[in-house]
Design a protein around this ligand. Structure first.
Ligand code: PLP
Length: 424
Protein backbone atom coordinates (compact mmCIF):
# COMPACT_ATOMS: atom_id res chain seq x y z
CA UNK A 1 0.00 0.00 0.00
CA UNK A 2 1.53 3.29 -1.12
CA UNK A 3 0.72 6.56 0.62
CA UNK A 4 3.08 8.62 -1.54
CA UNK A 5 0.58 11.35 -2.43
CA UNK A 6 -0.50 11.72 1.18
CA UNK A 7 3.14 12.04 2.19
CA UNK A 8 3.77 14.72 -0.44
CA UNK A 9 0.66 16.61 0.66
CA UNK A 10 1.77 16.32 4.29
CA UNK A 11 5.05 18.01 3.31
CA UNK A 12 3.11 20.86 1.70
CA UNK A 13 0.73 21.08 4.62
CA UNK A 14 3.52 21.36 7.18
CA UNK A 15 4.85 24.47 5.45
CA UNK A 16 1.60 26.38 5.97
CA UNK A 17 -0.36 24.63 8.73
CA UNK A 18 1.30 24.00 12.10
CA UNK A 19 2.09 20.28 12.18
CA UNK A 20 0.25 19.96 8.88
CA UNK A 21 -3.11 19.49 10.57
CA UNK A 22 -6.02 21.57 11.83
CA UNK A 23 -6.50 19.46 14.97
CA UNK A 24 -3.51 17.78 16.63
CA UNK A 25 -4.56 14.12 16.95
CA UNK A 26 -4.91 13.93 13.15
CA UNK A 27 -1.12 14.09 12.87
CA UNK A 28 -1.00 10.47 14.13
CA UNK A 29 2.02 11.27 16.28
CA UNK A 30 1.16 8.98 19.17
CA UNK A 31 0.85 5.94 16.87
CA UNK A 32 3.80 6.72 14.60
CA UNK A 33 3.65 7.07 10.84
CA UNK A 34 2.34 9.90 8.69
CA UNK A 35 -1.29 10.95 8.38
CA UNK A 36 -3.22 10.00 5.27
CA UNK A 37 -5.10 12.72 3.41
CA UNK A 38 -8.69 11.88 2.60
CA UNK A 39 -10.10 12.41 -0.86
CA UNK A 40 -13.56 10.94 -0.41
CA UNK A 41 -15.96 9.14 1.91
CA UNK A 42 -18.66 6.71 0.95
CA UNK A 43 -20.89 4.89 3.46
CA UNK A 44 -18.56 2.98 5.83
CA UNK A 45 -15.39 3.72 3.85
CA UNK A 46 -12.93 6.51 3.15
CA UNK A 47 -10.47 6.76 0.26
CA UNK A 48 -7.13 8.54 0.51
CA UNK A 49 -5.25 10.60 -2.08
CA UNK A 50 -3.43 7.49 -3.30
CA UNK A 51 -6.68 5.66 -3.93
CA UNK A 52 -6.41 3.34 -0.91
CA UNK A 53 -9.78 2.48 0.61
CA UNK A 54 -10.34 1.94 4.31
CA UNK A 55 -13.21 0.81 6.49
CA UNK A 56 -13.61 3.83 8.74
CA UNK A 57 -14.06 3.51 12.51
CA UNK A 58 -13.62 7.21 13.24
CA UNK A 59 -16.61 8.66 11.45
CA UNK A 60 -15.13 12.15 11.77
CA UNK A 61 -14.79 11.47 15.54
CA UNK A 62 -18.45 10.66 16.01
CA UNK A 63 -20.63 12.88 13.84
CA UNK A 64 -21.06 10.43 10.95
CA UNK A 65 -23.31 7.93 12.68
CA UNK A 66 -25.12 7.53 9.34
CA UNK A 67 -21.88 6.95 7.45
CA UNK A 68 -20.19 9.11 4.80
CA UNK A 69 -22.19 10.92 2.15
CA UNK A 70 -25.63 9.87 3.34
CA UNK A 71 -28.01 10.61 0.44
CA UNK A 72 -30.77 12.26 2.45
CA UNK A 73 -28.32 14.52 4.29
CA UNK A 74 -26.65 15.58 1.04
CA UNK A 75 -30.04 16.30 -0.57
CA UNK A 76 -31.11 18.36 2.43
CA UNK A 77 -27.94 20.45 2.32
CA UNK A 78 -28.31 20.99 -1.44
CA UNK A 79 -31.96 22.06 -1.15
CA UNK A 80 -31.29 24.36 1.80
CA UNK A 81 -28.31 26.10 0.27
CA UNK A 82 -30.32 27.27 -2.74
CA UNK A 83 -32.05 29.74 -0.41
CA UNK A 84 -28.76 31.17 0.86
CA UNK A 85 -26.11 29.95 3.25
CA UNK A 86 -26.17 32.39 6.16
CA UNK A 87 -28.10 35.49 7.19
CA UNK A 88 -27.13 36.49 10.73
CA UNK A 89 -30.87 36.81 11.34
CA UNK A 90 -33.25 34.17 12.65
CA UNK A 91 -34.62 31.41 10.42
CA UNK A 92 -37.32 28.76 10.76
CA UNK A 93 -34.92 25.82 10.67
CA UNK A 94 -33.27 27.00 13.91
CA UNK A 95 -36.63 26.81 15.66
CA UNK A 96 -37.30 23.34 14.28
CA UNK A 97 -33.80 22.23 15.33
CA UNK A 98 -34.38 23.47 18.90
CA UNK A 99 -37.85 21.91 19.07
CA UNK A 100 -36.50 18.60 17.86
CA UNK A 101 -33.72 18.62 20.46
CA UNK A 102 -36.20 19.44 23.22
CA UNK A 103 -38.51 16.64 22.08
CA UNK A 104 -35.76 14.01 22.05
CA UNK A 105 -33.81 15.30 25.08
CA UNK A 106 -36.59 16.64 27.35
CA UNK A 107 -34.18 18.12 29.92
CA UNK A 108 -33.19 20.63 27.21
CA UNK A 109 -36.22 22.83 27.84
CA UNK A 110 -34.54 25.68 26.01
CA UNK A 111 -31.71 25.43 23.52
CA UNK A 112 -29.09 27.69 22.03
CA UNK A 113 -27.20 26.62 18.93
CA UNK A 114 -23.46 27.18 18.48
CA UNK A 115 -20.91 25.92 15.98
CA UNK A 116 -18.65 23.56 17.95
CA UNK A 117 -18.59 21.41 21.05
CA UNK A 118 -15.95 23.70 22.52
CA UNK A 119 -18.29 26.65 22.24
CA UNK A 120 -21.11 24.71 23.83
CA UNK A 121 -19.16 23.71 26.95
CA UNK A 122 -17.50 27.10 27.30
CA UNK A 123 -20.88 28.82 27.08
CA UNK A 124 -22.62 26.38 29.43
CA UNK A 125 -19.95 26.97 32.06
CA UNK A 126 -20.20 30.74 31.79
CA UNK A 127 -23.96 30.39 32.12
CA UNK A 128 -23.64 28.16 35.19
CA UNK A 129 -21.26 30.65 36.77
CA UNK A 130 -23.55 33.56 35.94
CA UNK A 131 -26.58 31.72 37.26
CA UNK A 132 -25.02 30.64 40.56
CA UNK A 133 -22.69 33.57 41.13
CA UNK A 134 -19.99 31.04 42.00
CA UNK A 135 -16.52 30.58 40.49
CA UNK A 136 -15.34 26.98 40.73
CA UNK A 137 -16.02 24.07 38.43
CA UNK A 138 -15.39 20.35 38.80
CA UNK A 139 -14.31 18.08 35.96
CA UNK A 140 -13.07 14.51 35.73
CA UNK A 141 -9.44 13.56 35.28
CA UNK A 142 -9.07 12.60 31.61
CA UNK A 143 -12.44 14.10 30.68
CA UNK A 144 -12.31 16.28 27.57
CA UNK A 145 -14.73 19.11 27.07
CA UNK A 146 -13.16 21.05 24.23
CA UNK A 147 -10.27 23.46 24.43
CA UNK A 148 -11.51 26.41 26.49
CA UNK A 149 -8.82 27.58 28.94
CA UNK A 150 -10.52 26.54 32.17
CA UNK A 151 -11.22 23.06 30.75
CA UNK A 152 -7.72 22.32 29.55
CA UNK A 153 -6.75 20.86 32.87
CA UNK A 154 -6.04 17.14 32.80
CA UNK A 155 -8.05 16.81 29.63
CA UNK A 156 -7.61 13.33 28.19
CA UNK A 157 -7.09 12.08 24.64
CA UNK A 158 -5.49 14.79 22.48
CA UNK A 159 -3.83 16.40 25.45
CA UNK A 160 -2.95 13.10 27.13
CA UNK A 161 -1.68 11.67 23.90
CA UNK A 162 0.61 14.59 23.26
CA UNK A 163 1.70 14.68 26.88
CA UNK A 164 1.08 18.41 27.26
CA UNK A 165 0.52 19.15 30.94
CA UNK A 166 -2.65 21.20 30.72
CA UNK A 167 -1.30 23.20 27.75
CA UNK A 168 1.01 26.14 27.56
CA UNK A 169 -0.80 29.43 27.24
CA UNK A 170 -3.44 28.70 29.84
CA UNK A 171 -2.93 31.28 32.58
CA UNK A 172 -2.84 30.02 36.13
CA UNK A 173 -5.89 32.11 36.90
CA UNK A 174 -7.97 30.28 34.30
CA UNK A 175 -7.07 26.86 35.68
CA UNK A 176 -7.16 27.78 39.36
CA UNK A 177 -10.91 27.42 39.72
CA UNK A 178 -11.01 24.02 38.01
CA UNK A 179 -11.09 21.08 40.41
CA UNK A 180 -10.15 17.72 38.92
CA UNK A 181 -11.56 14.48 40.36
CA UNK A 182 -11.07 10.86 39.24
CA UNK A 183 -13.95 9.55 37.11
CA UNK A 184 -16.23 7.08 38.93
CA UNK A 185 -15.13 8.35 42.37
CA UNK A 186 -18.15 9.83 44.11
CA UNK A 187 -16.33 10.47 47.40
CA UNK A 188 -13.91 12.83 45.62
CA UNK A 189 -16.85 14.86 44.28
CA UNK A 190 -18.39 15.02 47.74
CA UNK A 191 -15.19 16.48 49.18
CA UNK A 192 -14.82 18.99 46.32
CA UNK A 193 -18.41 20.18 46.68
CA UNK A 194 -18.18 20.48 50.44
CA UNK A 195 -15.41 23.08 50.05
CA UNK A 196 -18.11 25.37 48.57
CA UNK A 197 -18.36 27.91 45.76
CA UNK A 198 -18.78 25.27 43.02
CA UNK A 199 -20.85 26.64 40.13
CA UNK A 200 -20.89 23.52 38.00
CA UNK A 201 -19.83 19.94 37.67
CA UNK A 202 -19.21 19.08 34.03
CA UNK A 203 -18.90 15.43 33.09
CA UNK A 204 -19.02 13.10 30.11
CA UNK A 205 -21.69 10.70 31.41
CA UNK A 206 -19.94 8.00 29.40
CA UNK A 207 -16.30 8.99 28.98
CA UNK A 208 -15.12 8.79 25.42
CA UNK A 209 -11.97 10.85 25.59
CA UNK A 210 -9.77 8.60 27.76
CA UNK A 211 -10.90 5.72 25.62
CA UNK A 212 -14.38 4.49 26.40
CA UNK A 213 -15.15 4.27 30.12
CA UNK A 214 -18.63 3.51 31.40
CA UNK A 215 -20.01 5.10 34.57
CA UNK A 216 -20.07 2.67 37.49
CA UNK A 217 -23.55 1.72 38.76
CA UNK A 218 -24.83 4.53 40.97
CA UNK A 219 -22.16 7.05 39.94
CA UNK A 220 -24.37 9.32 37.84
CA UNK A 221 -27.20 9.07 40.40
CA UNK A 222 -24.70 10.08 43.06
CA UNK A 223 -23.56 13.11 41.06
CA UNK A 224 -27.18 14.16 40.55
CA UNK A 225 -27.98 13.93 44.23
CA UNK A 226 -24.83 15.78 45.33
CA UNK A 227 -25.30 18.61 42.82
CA UNK A 228 -28.91 19.07 43.91
CA UNK A 229 -27.84 19.14 47.55
CA UNK A 230 -25.18 21.80 46.95
CA UNK A 231 -27.05 23.92 44.40
CA UNK A 232 -24.35 23.13 41.83
CA UNK A 233 -25.34 23.02 38.16
CA UNK A 234 -24.91 19.48 36.79
CA UNK A 235 -23.75 19.66 33.17
CA UNK A 236 -23.75 16.50 31.10
CA UNK A 237 -21.32 16.96 28.26
CA UNK A 238 -23.06 14.83 25.66
CA UNK A 239 -21.15 16.23 22.70
CA UNK A 240 -20.01 12.67 21.99
CA UNK A 241 -22.76 10.59 23.62
CA UNK A 242 -25.76 12.61 22.42
CA UNK A 243 -27.73 10.68 19.76
CA UNK A 244 -24.99 8.05 20.04
CA UNK A 245 -25.42 5.84 23.12
CA UNK A 246 -29.22 6.21 22.83
CA UNK A 247 -31.50 8.49 20.82
CA UNK A 248 -31.82 10.79 23.84
CA UNK A 249 -28.16 10.34 24.78
CA UNK A 250 -26.65 9.02 28.00
CA UNK A 251 -29.29 10.78 30.08
CA UNK A 252 -31.94 8.62 28.42
CA UNK A 253 -29.84 5.46 28.65
CA UNK A 254 -29.05 5.89 32.36
CA UNK A 255 -32.24 7.82 33.26
CA UNK A 256 -30.55 10.80 34.92
CA UNK A 257 -31.68 14.40 34.35
CA UNK A 258 -28.90 16.99 34.28
CA UNK A 259 -29.52 20.73 34.64
CA UNK A 260 -27.69 21.61 31.44
CA UNK A 261 -26.59 19.52 28.48
CA UNK A 262 -23.97 20.24 25.86
CA UNK A 263 -24.36 18.46 22.58
CA UNK A 264 -22.52 18.45 19.24
CA UNK A 265 -20.97 16.01 16.77
CA UNK A 266 -24.01 13.92 15.63
CA UNK A 267 -26.40 16.90 15.89
CA UNK A 268 -24.61 18.68 13.05
CA UNK A 269 -25.17 15.84 10.61
CA UNK A 270 -21.56 16.25 9.47
CA UNK A 271 -21.61 20.05 9.40
CA UNK A 272 -20.37 22.34 12.18
CA UNK A 273 -23.25 22.56 14.64
CA UNK A 274 -23.54 22.08 18.37
CA UNK A 275 -25.85 23.33 21.09
CA UNK A 276 -26.36 23.69 24.79
CA UNK A 277 -29.59 23.75 26.67
CA UNK A 278 -31.42 22.77 29.80
CA UNK A 279 -33.59 24.16 32.55
CA UNK A 280 -35.54 27.18 31.34
CA UNK A 281 -34.84 29.18 34.50
CA UNK A 282 -31.10 28.81 33.88
CA UNK A 283 -31.24 29.32 30.10
CA UNK A 284 -33.21 32.55 30.57
CA UNK A 285 -30.11 34.10 32.15
CA UNK A 286 -28.60 34.26 28.66
CA UNK A 287 -28.48 37.55 26.73
CA UNK A 288 -30.70 39.14 25.50
CA UNK A 289 -32.99 37.97 28.34
CA UNK A 290 -30.38 37.92 31.07
CA UNK A 291 -26.91 39.13 32.01
CA UNK A 292 -24.80 36.24 30.63
CA UNK A 293 -23.32 37.15 27.26
CA UNK A 294 -23.04 34.55 24.52
CA UNK A 295 -23.11 35.02 20.74
CA UNK A 296 -21.93 33.73 17.36
CA UNK A 297 -21.87 35.08 13.79
CA UNK A 298 -22.59 31.67 12.28
CA UNK A 299 -24.57 30.24 15.23
CA UNK A 300 -27.67 28.43 14.01
CA UNK A 301 -26.29 28.36 10.48
CA UNK A 302 -29.15 27.19 8.23
CA UNK A 303 -27.12 24.54 6.38
CA UNK A 304 -25.80 23.03 9.61
CA UNK A 305 -29.22 23.20 11.28
CA UNK A 306 -30.91 21.53 8.30
CA UNK A 307 -28.30 18.77 8.10
CA UNK A 308 -28.47 18.17 11.85
CA UNK A 309 -32.25 18.18 11.91
CA UNK A 310 -32.34 15.66 9.07
CA UNK A 311 -29.83 13.43 10.89
CA UNK A 312 -31.96 13.56 14.06
CA UNK A 313 -35.06 12.66 12.03
CA UNK A 314 -33.37 9.70 10.35
CA UNK A 315 -32.04 8.43 13.68
CA UNK A 316 -35.57 8.54 15.09
CA UNK A 317 -36.75 5.82 12.72
CA UNK A 318 -37.57 2.44 14.28
CA UNK A 319 -34.77 0.00 14.95
CA UNK A 320 -31.89 2.47 14.67
CA UNK A 321 -30.37 2.03 18.12
CA UNK A 322 -31.03 -1.71 18.21
CA UNK A 323 -29.03 -1.98 15.00
CA UNK A 324 -26.21 0.19 16.37
CA UNK A 325 -26.12 -2.00 19.48
CA UNK A 326 -25.87 -5.17 17.36
CA UNK A 327 -23.09 -3.74 15.24
CA UNK A 328 -21.20 -2.46 18.27
CA UNK A 329 -21.50 -5.82 20.01
CA UNK A 330 -20.39 -7.71 16.93
CA UNK A 331 -17.30 -5.53 16.64
CA UNK A 332 -16.51 -5.57 20.36
CA UNK A 333 -16.88 -9.34 20.64
CA UNK A 334 -14.80 -9.83 17.49
CA UNK A 335 -11.97 -7.57 18.63
CA UNK A 336 -11.81 -9.13 22.08
CA UNK A 337 -11.78 -12.64 20.58
CA UNK A 338 -8.99 -11.56 18.23
CA UNK A 339 -6.91 -10.34 21.17
CA UNK A 340 -7.59 -13.51 23.14
CA UNK A 341 -6.66 -15.70 20.17
CA UNK A 342 -3.38 -13.81 19.88
CA UNK A 343 -2.72 -14.08 23.62
CA UNK A 344 -2.67 -10.28 23.94
CA UNK A 345 -3.93 -8.89 27.27
CA UNK A 346 -6.91 -6.67 26.46
CA UNK A 347 -10.04 -5.05 27.88
CA UNK A 348 -13.00 -4.23 25.71
CA UNK A 349 -15.09 -1.31 26.97
CA UNK A 350 -18.25 -0.60 25.01
CA UNK A 351 -21.50 1.33 25.28
CA UNK A 352 -23.67 0.87 22.19
CA UNK A 353 -21.72 1.83 19.08
CA UNK A 354 -18.77 3.43 20.95
CA UNK A 355 -15.94 1.20 22.07
CA UNK A 356 -12.26 0.94 22.98
CA UNK A 357 -9.94 -2.04 22.96
CA UNK A 358 -7.46 -1.28 25.73
CA UNK A 359 -4.22 -3.26 25.65
CA UNK A 360 -3.96 -3.99 29.35
CA UNK A 361 -4.70 -6.82 31.72
CA UNK A 362 -6.82 -5.01 34.30
CA UNK A 363 -10.24 -3.34 34.02
CA UNK A 364 -10.33 0.30 32.88
CA UNK A 365 -12.63 2.39 35.06
CA UNK A 366 -10.93 5.80 35.10
CA UNK A 367 -8.03 7.69 33.59
CA UNK A 368 -5.40 6.18 35.92
CA UNK A 369 -6.37 2.66 34.87
CA UNK A 370 -6.63 3.69 31.19
CA UNK A 371 -3.02 4.86 31.37
CA UNK A 372 -1.95 1.31 32.23
CA UNK A 373 -2.60 0.40 28.61
CA UNK A 374 0.31 -0.47 26.33
CA UNK A 375 0.33 2.49 23.94
CA UNK A 376 3.29 1.14 21.96
CA UNK A 377 1.30 -2.00 21.22
CA UNK A 378 -1.64 0.16 20.23
CA UNK A 379 0.58 2.12 17.83
CA UNK A 380 1.67 -1.09 16.13
CA UNK A 381 -1.93 -2.29 16.00
CA UNK A 382 -3.07 1.01 14.44
CA UNK A 383 -0.42 0.85 11.71
CA UNK A 384 -1.04 -2.81 10.90
CA UNK A 385 -4.77 -2.25 10.74
CA UNK A 386 -4.29 0.72 8.42
CA UNK A 387 -2.09 -1.42 6.15
CA UNK A 388 -4.97 -3.91 6.09
CA UNK A 389 -7.50 -1.27 5.11
CA UNK A 390 -9.01 -0.38 8.48
CA UNK A 391 -8.85 3.19 9.76
CA UNK A 392 -8.84 3.27 13.58
CA UNK A 393 -8.70 6.37 15.77
CA UNK A 394 -4.96 7.15 16.01
CA UNK A 395 -4.77 6.94 19.80
CA UNK A 396 -5.31 4.34 22.50
CA UNK A 397 -7.32 6.99 24.34
CA UNK A 398 -10.00 7.56 21.71
CA UNK A 399 -13.17 5.59 21.10
CA UNK A 400 -14.00 3.78 17.87
CA UNK A 401 -17.34 4.68 16.33
CA UNK A 402 -19.53 2.29 14.36
CA UNK A 403 -22.04 3.74 11.90
CA UNK A 404 -25.32 2.52 10.46
CA UNK A 405 -23.56 2.30 7.11
CA UNK A 406 -21.41 -0.59 8.35
CA UNK A 407 -22.69 -4.05 7.42
CA UNK A 408 -22.13 -7.26 9.36
CA UNK A 409 -19.66 -8.19 6.61
CA UNK A 410 -17.74 -4.93 7.16
CA UNK A 411 -17.51 -5.66 10.87
CA UNK A 412 -16.32 -9.20 10.19
CA UNK A 413 -13.71 -7.88 7.76
CA UNK A 414 -12.44 -5.58 10.52
CA UNK A 415 -12.18 -8.36 13.09
CA UNK A 416 -10.49 -10.64 10.56
CA UNK A 417 -7.95 -7.88 9.95
CA UNK A 418 -7.49 -7.55 13.72
CA UNK A 419 -6.78 -11.28 14.09
CA UNK A 420 -4.02 -11.01 11.52
CA UNK A 421 -2.71 -7.66 12.82
CA UNK A 422 -2.38 -8.92 16.39
CA UNK A 423 -0.36 -12.04 15.57
CA UNK A 424 2.12 -10.88 12.96
C1 PLP B 1 -15.50 16.45 20.83
C2 PLP B 1 -15.88 16.84 22.19
C3 PLP B 1 -15.91 18.19 22.60
C4 PLP B 1 -15.41 19.30 21.73
O1 PLP B 1 -16.16 19.45 20.57
P1 PLP B 1 -15.50 20.23 19.33
O2 PLP B 1 -16.61 20.29 18.33
O3 PLP B 1 -14.33 19.41 18.89
O4 PLP B 1 -15.09 21.57 19.81
C5 PLP B 1 -16.39 18.49 23.85
N1 PLP B 1 -16.81 17.52 24.67
C6 PLP B 1 -16.79 16.21 24.34
C7 PLP B 1 -17.29 15.20 25.29
C8 PLP B 1 -16.30 15.83 23.10
O5 PLP B 1 -16.24 14.54 22.78
Amino acid sequence: MSIQRSQAMFERAQAVIPGGVNSPVRACRSVGGDPIFIAQGDGPTITDLDGNRYLDLIGSWGPLILGHGHREILDTIAETMMYGTTFGAPTEVEVRFAEKLRDVVPSMEMVRAVSSGTESTMSALRLARGYTGRAKIIKADGGYHGHADCLLVSAGSGVATLGIPGSAGVPEGAARDTIVVPFNDIAAVEIALAAGDVAALIIEPVCGNMGLVEPAPGYLEGLRALCTKHGTVLIFDEVMTGFRVAYGGAQERYKITPDLTTIGKVVGGGLPAAAFGGRADIMQKLAPLGPVYQAGTLSGNPLAMAAGLKAMEILGRPGTYERLEQLGKRLGDGLLAAAQAAGVPAQLNRVGSMLTLFFCGTPVTDYASAKQADTARFGTFFRKMRERGVFLPPSQFEAMFVSLAHSDEDIDAITTAARAALVD
